[in-house]
Design a protein around this ligand. Sequence first.
Ligand code: HEM
Length: 215
Amino acid sequence: MDSFSALIRTASHEQHVEAETSTFMSDLLGGRLGMAAYARYTEQLWFVYAALESTAEHLATHPVAGPFIRPELLRLPALERDLAHLRGADWRSGLSALPATRAYADRIRQCAERWPGGYVAHHYTRYLGDLSGGQIIRDRAEKTWGFAKKGDGVRFYVFEQIPNPAAFKRGYRELLDGVAADDLEKQRIVTECKTAFALNTGVFRALGEEFPLSA
Ligand code: HEM
């Protein structure tokens, strides 16, 4: 059988293409949206990472999820700096989750509380993606809205404590390959990963509706 890291990658490939080519992402990457859309998207990410990271501490010693909990990945402080830049010092007062974001964050919290294997699926889907395609998004955002390179507004995409993302991703895939789960549980994790992608696509769909391009 293929390694687990190869399995989860292959199994989610189709959903990856769907997320990547969603109308909202295409418009964002194509430089066709205003900064308000980018700010709204960044707000949604805040809810997702609050769910991933407020639950991380109690999973740190769990045999399945524990090895994935790494302080150098934490995104919430960077997101909060970006939001202060995008929305101003009182960014918290205007923060609101779209229903699709609420559903996504709820699912992450459910997994964190009841099913650490499922949490690993969500962890993989976000952090490995941020370390990969996230860099393309950062580059586009800097060019489209004029943020300082790796500065305020795009700090979410900058992993200050991961100088070599390619090496980090290799290490991460080794963690996936060594995950303390049997084949059935691995299958379930793969299925949850597809759900995680679908939840992301749902957020993009809602954002696309909120920020349609006027023809
Ligand atoms: C426009 C948006 C996106 C672009 C341009 C993009 C691009 C990429 C690229 C180039 C890779 C390959 C990295 C490599 O081979 O090392 C990658 C991997 C990945 N992306 Fe994306 N991506 C996007 C959106 C997303 C989204 C929305 C998610 C999920 C929330 C996601 C999750 C992932 C994951 C989990 C991987 C790692 C696959 C693996 O090696 O196991 N990506 N992405």
